[in-house]
Design a protein around this ligand. Sequence first.
Ligand code: THU
Length: 134
Amino acid sequence: MKNEIYTQLAEKAVEMKKFSQCAYSNFHVGAALLAKDGTVFTGCNIESSSYSLTICAERVAIFKAISEGVKEFDAIAISSDYEGFCSPCGSCRQIISDLCGSIDIILVNNKNETKIYNTADMLPYAFGDDVLNS
Ligand code: THU
């Protein structure tokens, strides 16, 4: 792992699975987002009986940060009980790209092993505000 801060971020993502509301999928996901000022914003997935209203752990963490005026980030850690590395869904990749820019994306499997990617790995050729503002 890159450094102690990232290890702590991964641990926080693992811890956040306990708050997951996943009655329909039973797939617990936790996320922890590290802001450039050192603040950590956490999230878990929250499901609805109207399935499409479900929100992923990553977006909960990101929207919490944005709603508190924080806009600059270094990394997000994502944890699930999957034996492999659960990577963000397409919607979350777009939101990470739009709202977090180029950050490290730390995936944590069910043995607490980690793999680190970055935004461009996850969403190459991203659509973004550069196109809208051209
Ligand atoms: N989920 C996340 O929270 N993050 C991901 O990266 C993948 C999927 C959630 C959404 C839903 O509650 C459950 O996992 C199954 O799709």
